[in-house]
Design a protein. Sequence first.
Length: 281
Amino acid sequence: MTSSKKQARISLRDALVPVRAGQRLTLGARAAAPPSSIPDKKALEERTAALLKRLETLQAAFHADGSRALLLVLQGRDAAGKDSTIRTVVGACNPMGVRIASFGPPSTLELRHDYLWRVHQAMPPRGVIGVFNRSHYEDVLVVRVRKLAPESVWKPRYRQIVEFERMLVENGTVIVKCFLHISHDEQRLRLQERLDDPAKNWKFRLGDLEDRAHWTQYTNAYRDMLSRTSTAHAPWYVVPADEKRVRNYYIAQLLVKTLESLNPKYPRMDPAVSRAAHGFT
Ligand code: ADP
């Protein structure tokens, strides 16, 4: 067995299962905590390190292969760890083959278009892993909870998003969606840390507190989002994210699993190049 195969075998234990279409999740504190099957700290760190090494190898081939694009959607409440996931997990990849897009409140121009306009433009091209730090799902989350549009506008979006993602998948993009799930208590700790740490203060927005005050409304909105938009072609995974190590482990595992299923191959050298390069000095 090659060493890369050994790494793959290590990686695929305790895999997360996708949300089933129509599944109603409670999204309570228990689902945010590490599952009991999770290995101890040292074993987890070793496995994650092996996964990240494997991710680096697979991404190099995926980038060179250039036949498919991969989109990783990261959604979660404030301080759920979206930025940190990008730094620690996606950071294992060569930045040449990665495109990160963050979605804040739409600009005046974006508001004059349909809500998927800016999203479509940010999609990764073939050979690239795109990461959405928030996404088009804000248009059925914040827009619903903060009543930025009436129900008659946001409700049809579940269907529109499923259809939009189907079109993307049928045209060569693989989509994996992660909801980073943190508990109410863990968010309080992390927001407090942001207030206390001068290097993190800048991340704190008044809106974070307002969103926290709407905890239950967001839970309902996330629940509907998961049950209505998790599909076989673009599945959602609920990542227990109260423990950063556990979160990283699962997301590294999902990326490795997805890239392995694509079996990326380095292109063969052009025979003309090979002939011309033969015996060059
Ligand atoms: P983050 O909180 O992800 O670190 P920001 O501080 O820039 O990043 O916050 C992004 C904000 O933009 C969030 O409050 C989010 O709800 C909001 N946002 C994203 N997309 C939309 C949208 N389509 N409509 C309204 N608000 C949005």
